[in-house]
Design a protein around this ligand. Structure first.
Ligand code: PMV
Length: 327
């Protein structure tokens, strides 16, 4: 049985940072994100009874050992649910750079969850699919859905999953300009970051402040209020980075170009261009704005030498591109 699925990365406005149960990726806090339109992964899963082990290709090459081990672990969870034993051939590719702060694992595991569940004959509803994707990478549970998505932290495998706050047509003029300042691999993986987060003296304070941040973010999305959204998403992103900088194994994800882009956006905002910055666990800056302002910012960024830009709008959730014929 063969199935192919596509899913997009997402950018979190309120971020997942820290786990209450690392084995199940149960997060310490709820989070809210936007599913992107252009940064996608396409994954094909072909169940093949003649294989002794799962084989994983990234593009046309075999994936490295760490990725293969992670995919095998995930497929093991799918097989357990489907009560199947045959191994599979997985082929995945992304249309954007991986491992540098654009949620490649979110896109990849959301696409894998959908393709693998269908290839193994499981018909999951959105909530079950979101829970499954979470086992591969926490933030992948949000990429199962399109538009504006909240991952409700929950307390168990079944209750920790994403729900849609509004679909991708709700705020069509919203834009995320991803400014790629570096494609170097991350200095510290997000799994390490989640594990280290509680060692920061700022961690408990962040968890305490997030309740109000989540509420304001929901309201800003419902009313399509960019200023309200920006006023919470920017400090929230800096809060995550402050935690990363103050753990027992501190990491500074930013490069001089990260700081340069941030300063320029602050300056342009003072000039009246409404745009706000957020960053995942990496050096690349996501500028959240609306289409009209994005059209002004893109040439300015290019004029300063930032030529690697991806402009995203709200995008749809994970989609099947092909699936096995009905039995
Ligand atoms: O899903 P993970 O384990 O790759 O963690 C994602 C962490 C951030 O991207 C920094 C924040 C988020 O909520 O997407």
């Amino acid at each position: 049985m063969v199935a192919t699925a596509r899913a997009a990365a997402n950018i979190a406005f309120v971020k997942y940072w820290g786990n209450r149960c690392p084995a199940l990726n149960l997060p310490a806090n709820s989070s809210i994100s936007l599913t992107l339109s252009n940064c996608t992964a396409v994954t094909t899963v072909a169940v093949d009874g003649s294989l002794n082990e799962d084989v994983v290709y990234y593009g046309t090459s075999l994936a490295n050992d760490a990725v293969t081990a992670r995919v095998r672990r995930f497929l093991g969870a799918v097989r357990q649910r489907a009560r199947r034993e045959e191994k599979a051939r997985v082929q995945t590719s992304n249309n954007f750079p991986v491992g540098c702060g654009i949620a490649s694992s979110a896109a990849g595991f959301a696409a894998l969850a959908l393709a693998a569940s269908r290839a193994y004959g499981l018909l999951l509803d959105t909530q079950e699919l979101s829970c499954l994707a979470r086992l591969g990478s926490g933030s992948a549970c949000r990429s199962v859905l399109g538009g504006f998505v909240e991952w409700v932290a929950g307390t168990s495998h079944e209750t920790s999953c994403a729900r849609q706050l509004a679909d991708h047509d709700h705020w069509p003029e919203l834009r995320d300009i991803v400014v790629i300042v570096s494609k170097a691999p991350k200095e510290q993986s997000s799994s390490e970051g989640h594990a280290l987060a509680p060692t920061s003296p700022l961690y408990e304070a962040r968890l305490a402040y997030l309740g109000a941040v989540l509420e304001t973010t929901r309201r800003a999305i419902a009313t399509r209020d960019l200023r309200l959204l920006g006023e919470v998403l920017e400090p929230e992103a800096f809060c995550l980075h402050a935690i990363a900088m103050t753990t027992s194994r501190p990491v500074l994800y930013w490069t001089p170009e990260t700081v340069d882009v941030l300063r320029r956006v602050f300056e342009w905002r003072r000039q009246g261009l409404e745009a706000y910055c957020t960053l995942d666990a990496g050096p690349n800056v996501h500028i959240i704005t609306v289409a009209e302002v994005a059209a002004e910012l893109v040439p300015r960024l290019r004029a300063h030498g930032y030529n690697e830009l991806i402009v995203d709008r709200p995008g749809p959730g994970a989609q099947l591109l092909s699936q096995p014929p009905p039995q």
